[in-house]
Design a protein around this ligand. Structure first.
Ligand code: ACO
Length: 281
């Protein structure tokens, strides 16, 4: 059975020409994340990471209104608060670690990941947005850290990770005001790479995915890990770790990319690394 045939209730998977489209799929609830969605995302990501057809993963929202409206305020908050009150001795929070698919799995996913933000992106959707390696938004998409508007805090990893991609003043402004902002503003602040007119959002996403597919996937994973893991290290640790990571990558590269690249540049003189990837054939 392929992953497309699985009977997911809250997500959808489509694979086409190396791109796997993973959808939040509750458009009638603006793609808010309920406990079922968290479990299904976890299961799908575990499976897709092993899938050779998934060269690039695009995370997007079903329908034309919303990427993801954050946590489902009824099911993930009100119902869980009641469950907790009814069962104070529960060993673990209902849902458990699978709630952490975005930071736990997506941020380290083995293939490149792109958030294609096609509408609302609120609150609890931010970790998934920032966990993706790239983000392209529709200019008219609406973002917001709306938690303070209804009496909670931007929780979990949010205060920590918004600072990874936004400037201090911008991040604190939106953490404290809960004000909405559009895709253009998100791009200006660095929360997404680019904002484009909605009509060309998919086309631009596919273009970026194809560009990534020209490169050696083993090297891309090494580059992503070296970048992400070294952020929390001091300079000496980072230099040592990246050196070891690179040696491991070169030693295990099934494509022997470094040799190919050097030979095509130095011997054949058939490509210039400054302008693009070596021929992978
Ligand atoms: N949780 C639960 N249900 C939601 C959520 C959500 N986060 N967002 C939307 N819905 C539901 C609505 O309750 C409504 O359900 P109903 O048809 O059964 O009444 C349906 O989705 C459509 O919502 P509307 O408000 O009617 O749609 P509209 O397009 O006018 O507005 C918007 C969409 C702006 C997303 C609005 O629904 C909203 O503000 N939602 C909350 C967004 C938010 O603050 N998210 C952060 C939650 S906190 C956190 O994630 C940590």
């Amino acid at each position: 059975m392929t992953i497309e045939d699985k009977k997911f209730k809250t997500i959808k998977v489509e694979r086409e020409d190396g791109i796997t489209w993973l959808y939040f799929n509750r458009p009638e609830k603006r793609n808010a994340m309920n406990p079922t969605l968290h479990r299904e995302m976890w299961d799908a990501l575990v499976e897709l990471e092993q899938d050779p057809e998934t060269k690039v993963l695009v995370l997007t929202g079903a329908g034309d209104k919303s990427w993801c409206a954050g946590q489902d305020i009824r099911e993930t908050f009100r119902d869980r608060i009641r469950e907790r009150e009814n069962n104070p001795g529960a060993r673990r929070e209902p849902g458990g670690p699978r709630y952490d698919w975005s930071w736990g799995l997506l941020s380290t996913f083995a293939a490149p990941t792109i958030a294609m933000v096609n509408g609302y992106c609120f609150g609890g959707a931010f970790p998934a947005l920032i966990a993706c390696d790239f983000a392209i938004a529709a200019e008219d998409a609406i973002f917001g850290l709306s938690e303070v508007n209804w009496g909670i805090l931007p929780g979990g990893v949010i205060p920590r990770v918004v600072r990874d991609v936004m400037r201090y003043r911008d991040a604190l402004y939106y953490v404290m005001t809960g004000d909405p902002f559009d895709g253009k503003k998100a791009a200006e602040m660095g929360l997404v790479n680019r904002a484009v007119p909605r009509e060309i959002l998919r086309e631009e996403t596919v273009k970026l995915a194809r560009h990534l597919m020209e490169k050696n996937p083993h090297v891309l994973l090494g580059a992503k890990e070296a970048f992400k893991v070294s952020q929390d290290m001091n300079y000496a640790q980072a230099r040592a770790y990246v050196g070891v990571r690179e040696r491991a990558m070169i030693a295990t590269d099934p494509e022997k990319g470094r040799e190919k690249g050097m030979s095509q540049f130095l011997d054949e003189k058939s490509f210039r690394p400054g302008f693009g990837a070596y021929r992978r054939e």
